[in-house]
Design a binder for this molecule. Structure first.
Ligand code: ZN
Length: 288
């Protein structure tokens, strides 16, 4: 689905630069929601390097989760049948990375979970001292693997994951509501103008390991005498990726004014959900 262009960078607001197409959910995990002419070169490079290299790329945190959920890989990788996943072996300082072909090594992932979003109850988004939780999930363990030393999965970098979660939520809200129709909370964090982690805006919702490609949704929520825009989304559901619930911004509305049409409904008003196509591990096993 292609949204209407907003004609400026949705992260830093630039209008005087060449703008590029923004994928709301990365293509490599099955995203097909596009927002044309909406990211400047600097912001594209920033968000692209997090998505492509650090999270979903060759040595990325969620490489193994992608393999397990069966989302797409390049034609070259498919042809050779050699999709590699990073695994870390050994302890502490002596830890080394080994990239193992799928089917030869264990598959697992580390996910970030939040209690919240606490901002809906009280406080500011940057002053909560409570850290998020990290949970490790073992997805697959090949029978023939001999384990003689401790191993772990790629480590989780809070800033990178938080920026990714922020980017998906913010871009979706702008695509659905239009630029300027809400006061965005996350744009400065995404474009690195503000480096504080906005934990208080983030929450995780309980979810099962189900089998859709992605599910994204937007609601309007009244709390603290204001109206907030909250995006929920989940990708890689077959690999137990958490369902996030993110406060992306605030809507200004004077008391006793009629809400705009798109805000009439409180609660889920639009959900984009893409099919139940892949089966866990189905496309990539040792004989792929
Ligand atoms: Zn920008």
């Amino acid at each position: 689905m292609i949204y209407r262009s907003v004609g400026r960078c949705i992260y830093c607001g630039a209008t005087d630069q060449k703008l590029t197409l923004e994928h709301i959910i990365p293509e490599c995990v099955g995203g097909d929601l596009e927002l044309p002419d909406s990211s400047c070169e600097a912001c594209r490079r920033l968000t692209g390097s997090i998505n492509e290299q650090q999270l979903f790329g060759d040595h990325g945190t969620y490489r193994a989760a992608r393999v397990y959920a069966g989302t797409k890989f390049s034609e070259n990788a498919k042809k050779s049948g050699q999709v590699m996943v990073p695994t870390f072996w050994g302890d502490g300082d002596s830890q080394v990375r080994r990239d193992m072909a799928v089917g030869e090594g264990p598959l697992g992932a580390a996910y970030l979970r939040f209690f919240g979003p606490k901002f809906l109850q009280s406080g500011n988004w940057f002053d909560d001292p409570i850290n998020p939780q990290v949970s490790y999930i073992h997805l697959a363990w090949p029978e023939q693997t001999q384990v003689t030393e401790p191993f772990s999965f790629p480590s989780l970098k809070f800033h990178q994951v938080a920026r990714f979660i922020s980017k998906v939520s913010h871009a979706y809200a702008v695509a659905e509501l239009g630029y300027g129709n809400f006061r965005p909370f996350l744009a400065d964090f995404i474009s690195e103008k503000d480096d504080r982690l906005p934990y208080n805006l983030f929450g995780t919702v309980k979810s099962r390991g189900v089998n859709f490609i992605y599910d994204i949704d937007l609601i309007e929520l009244r709390a603290r005498n204001s109206t907030f825009i909250v995006v929920t989304f989940q990708i890689l559901s077959a690999a137990f990726f958490p369902r996030y619930k993110i406060v992306v911004g605030e809507v200004d509305r004077k008391p006793n004014t009629k809400p705009r049409r798109q805000f009439l409904q409180i609660g889920p008003w639009r959900s984009k959900k893409k099919g139940a196509e892949p089966k866990p591990g189905a496309r990539w096993n040792s004989s792929a």
